[in-house]
Design a protein around this ligand. Structure first.
Ligand code: SF4
Length: 371
């Protein structure tokens, strides 16, 4: 957790505040190549090989703000943002599209897997390309963008499919678009009477909190209720700037939830998950999901055994407010959707008696009613 304003990397120490706090300056000055990154960080050989070996397959970019949070090679922020040679490992369980999103795409830029929900891809761009990204196959081609015809086809599909009541606006990061473009997309969705829920899935509060401007929230405010799902993974990302971004959204009436991804060596301890959850709650952002990392190629080194995820969840119960405990979910490869996992607490059954273990390991009996 960083309590004072985030210290800038020395390379930008003398930059006027007005530029540093300008999200467009941050986007224009992202670090996107090894030479520049090597001037700013003492890269390890494994990181250099990771950057060089990508063969252009998954873009790499880091905002000056997010880079300023990075410390040594094991830093949880650095490991999420800087390629590593472990990404190049190929394993038999690697998948390109683990959630089968492309196979469930009735029109371009839209995935319809669950009857009542759809995912709309509005951009391929993100401020930072997270090394654990499930959509590494899609994001990063910044020269391409969905066409107007693709958007029209998606809006038409949503309008003629009234079973869809919940639309996730995603990408890439939708906040990579201009205020005007994003508000126009949300306005078109809001015009479809069958859509109740509109969710914006964004990592900008984490990687580019400067993007959450008064202009952005005012341009979206007319289309409430709007939900924002953000993606904090570690307390080191919990800066005053990030807190201010969440406060601006909460004050403007957005409903905030966080989707963290469980990552090996980054956040796979109960203490880290608890600290993150407590900070999020103080920002009025509910820890919503703790996702098992999807088996997308290049992420095997970041994946955590499910037994460990369950042990983390088990350890949280009784240690932090239930509000700070996310649901632990696995998105089933092949398009099966999410299943939520919970630690087993039932020890045995004896007739109508069910014996459970509490958080301290003690046994208690609940007498159930006959069915
Ligand atoms: S911001 Fe989201 S879509 Fe973009 S690289 Fe990170 S995880 Fe992937």
């Amino acid at each position: 957790m960083i309590t004072a304003p985030t210290p800038r990397h020395p390379a930008w120490a003398d930059l006027p505040d007005a530029l540093w706090n300008d999200w467009r300056w941050q986007m224009r000055n992202r670090v996107t190549d090894a030479a520049k990154l090597g001037e700013l960080l003492a890269l390890t050989e494994a990181e250099r090989r990771g950057i060089a070996g990508r063969n252009g397959q998954f873009a790499f970019a880091v905002t000056p703000y997010y880079l300023s949070l990075m410390e040594g090679p094991n830093c949880p922020v650095r490991r999420q943002g800087v390629p590593h040679e472990d990404e190049l490992l190929e394993t038999p369980w690697d998948m390109r599209d683990p959630l089968a999103e492309d196979a469930h795409s009735p029109v371009p830029i839209l995935t319809h897997r669950y009857p009542d929900r759809a995912l709309l891809y509005v951009t391929h761009n993100c401020p930072v390309y997270c090394r654990h990204c499930t959509r590494s196959r899609k994001v990063g081609d910044e020269a391409s963008a969905p066409s107007a015809a693709m958007f029209e086809a998606a809006f038409a599909y949503l309008a003629r499919t009234p079973a869809i009541r919940d639309v996730l606006v995603s990408g890439g990061d939708p906040l990579s678009l201009s205020d005007h473009k994003l508000a126009e997309i949300v306005r078109r969705l809001r015009e479809i009477p069958s859509i109740d829920v509109i969710r914006l899935c964004t990592r900008n509060p984490v990687t580019l909190p400067q993007r959450i401007t008064p202009g952005l929230v005012e341009s979206l405010r007319p289309f409430h209720p709007l939900f924002v799902h953000t993606h904090f993974n570690h307390p080191r990302e919990c800066t005053p700037e990030a807190g201010a971004a969440l406060a601006r959204l909460a004050d403007a009436g957005f409903v905030l939830g966080n989707q963290m991804v469980l990552l090996r060596g980054i956040n796979d301890t109960p203490e880290i998950v608890a600290a993150l959850g407590r900070w999020l709650l103080r920002q009025r952002c509910r820890p919503y999901y703790m996702f098992q990392c999807d088996p997308v190629g290049g992420t095997t080194h970041l994946r955590v055994p499910i037994a460990r995820g369950l042990a983390i969840l088990d350890a949280l119960r009784g240690q932090v407010s239930g509000l700070a405990i996310p649901q632990y979910a696995v998105d089933l490869p092949g398009g099966g959707g999410k299943v939520t996992l919970v630690p087993e607490r039932e020890i045995r059954r004896d007739g109508d008696a069910r014996v459970y273990r509490d958080v301290f390991g003690r046994e208690f009996t609940y007498f159930d009613l006959p069915d």
